[in-house]
Design a binder for this molecule. Structure first.
Ligand SMILES: C[S@@+](CC[C@H](N)C(=O)[O-])C[C@H]1O[C@@H](n2cnc3c(N)ncnc32)[C@H](O)[C@@H]1O
Length: 344
C-alpha cells in the first residue's frame, strides 16, 4: 500500500521547505472568531487519539472537492446510487406518495434529488439541509432556476445540533426525508442511532429513504478512497488548509499525507492525515507539536449489510420497507417508513 506518500497533485513535493507566504493577510490565531470549527479543531488536536468530525471538511472549497471526488472513476458510490434512483424512481415515488414535503439531509449539490423530483410532480416543498451554507445556496439557486414551480427552502444547519424545520407547506400530506451518499456511515454507531432517532421524530407519518454503501471487496473500497488523480487526498488535506484560512494556523500541507484504508473488523474505511516530519503549529494561542507518523483521524465511512442497517433503523423507531439495489449489490437504497402521526 503506497498511501503514506503525500498526494497533493497540483503542488510539487518539496519536503522541508516552508510554505510560501499567504497572499491574503490572515487573522492572528488568537483573533480568529470563536466558531464551532475553531472549538472542534482545537479539541481534536488536544485529544488522543486526535480525531475530528468529518462535517468540518465541508467549507465551500471542501464541498467543491467532494463534487470532484464524485466524478472520479474509482468513486463508484455516486454513480451507483444515481443509477438505482434512475431505475427505480417510479417505485420509490409510489412509497413517498403524493403531496409530500421532502427534507434532504446533507444535500450537497442537490443533484440526486432531481432524479426523484421527475417522478414526484406533486412535491409541495423541498428543504435541502446542509452545513456548507454557500454551496447549499448555490445548489438551491440552480434548482429554482431549473424548476421554477418548485418551492425550494434551503436550511443551512448542522443537523447534529438542535435545528427547526420550516412548517409544512400548504396542502402537504406527509414529510419524507432523504439521506443520500452513505453519509450515515460517517457517524459512529451511537451517533448514527441518535441521527436516525432525530429523523424518526421529524418524519412521523412519512418515512426516510436512505442510501448506504454495502460491505464489499476491500480492493474496490481502497481504490475509491485513494483515487489516482489525488482528489480525495486534496479533500482530506483541505481540512488543514481550512484551519489556515479560518483560524490563521500555519500548517504546511506538504508535511502531511492522506491515508485511507479499510478496517475489516470494523467494516469501515478510515481516513487520516499523517504527519511526515516533526513540526510545531501555532493555533489559538497554543503550540501543537507533531512527530513523524502522528495521525489526525478525519473520517470513518462505515460499510453496512442490509441486516446491520435494518437493525439500527428498527432501534431508532423506523419500520422496514423495500430496498432497491444495483446488480453488483454494492449500494442500497432502503425505504424506512415511520409510524403514523400528523405533519407538524
Ligand atoms: C458525503 S457528502 C454527500 C452529499 C450528497 N448528499 C451526495 O449524496 O452526493 C455529505 C454532505 O453532508 C453535509 N454534512 C455533513 N455533515 C453535516 C451536518 N452535521 N449537518 C448538515 N450537513 C452536513 C456536507 O456538507 C455534504 O454536503
Amino acid at each position: 500500500m503506497s498511501a503514506l506518500k503525500p498526494q497533493t497533485p497540483s503542488a510539487p513535493l518539496t519536503y522541508g521547505l516552508r510554505p510560501a507566504p499567504a497572499a491574503q493577510p490572515r487573522p492572528a490565531s488568537n483573533d480568529a472568531p470563536d466558531t464551532a470549527f475553531r472549538r472542534d479543531f482545537v479539541a481534536a488536536l488536544l485529544r488522543r487519539p486526535r480525531r475530528i468530525s468529518p462535517k468540518h471538511f465541508y467549507d465551500a472549497v471542501g464541498s467543491d472537492l467532494f463534487d470532484r471526488i464524485c466524478e472520479q472513476p474509482e468513486y463508484y458510490p455516486t454513480r451507483t446510487e444515481m443509477a438505482i434512483l434512475a431505475r427505480h424512481a417510479e417505485d420509490i415515488a409510489a412509497r413517498i406518495g403524493p403531496d409530500a414535503d421532502l427534507i434532504e439531509f446533507g444535500a450537497g449539490s442537490a443533484l440526486k434529488i432531481r432524479l426523484l423530483l421527475d417522478a414526484l410532480p406533486s412535491v409541495r416543498r423541498y428543504v435541502p439541509i446542509d452545513i456548507s451554507a454557500e454551496h447549499l445556496e448555490r445548489a438551491a439557486q440552480g434548482l429554482r432556476h431549473d424548476r421554477p414551480g418548485l418551492d425550494v427552502h434551503p436550511l443551512a444547519a448542522d443537523f447534529t445540533q438542535p435545528f427547526s424545520l420550516p412548517p409544512p407547506a400548504e396542502g402537504a400530506r406527509s414529510r419524507v426525508g432523504v439521506y443520500f451518499g452513505s453519509s450515515l456511515g460517517n457517524f459512529d454507531a451511537d451517533e448514527a442511532l441518535r441521527f436516525l432517532r432525530t429523523a424518526a421524530g421529524l418524519l412521523r407519518g412519512g418515512g426516510l429513504l436512505i442510501g448506504v454503501d454495502l460491505v464489499k471487496d476491500p480492493a474496490v473500497l481502497h481504490a475509491a478512497y485513494n483515487d489516482a488523480a489525488g482528489v480525495t487526498a486534496r479533500f482530506n488535506l483541505n481540512l488543514l488548509e481550512r484551519a489556515n484560512r479560518e483560524l490563521g494556523a500555519g500548517f504546511d500541507t506538504r508535511l502531511w499525507a492522506h491515508y485511507a484504508c479499510y478496517q475489516p473488523l470494523a467494516q469501515r474505511v478510515e481516513m487520516h492525515l499523517i504527519a511526515l516530519e516533526r513540526q510545531v503549529v501555532r493555533l489559538a494561542g497554543q503550540c501543537f507539536e507533531f512527530a513523524p507518523g502522528d495521525s489526525l483521524h478525519t473520517e470513518n465511512s462505515q460499510k453496512y449489510t442490509l441486516e446491520s442497517l435494518r437493525a439500527l433503523a428498527r432501534q431508532a423507531g423506523f419500520g422496514i420497507g423495500p430496498v432497491w439495489l444495483d446488480t453488483q449489490r454494492w449500494f442500497a437504497l432502503q425505504w424506512l417508513p415511520c409510524c403514523a402521526g400528523a405533519v407538524h
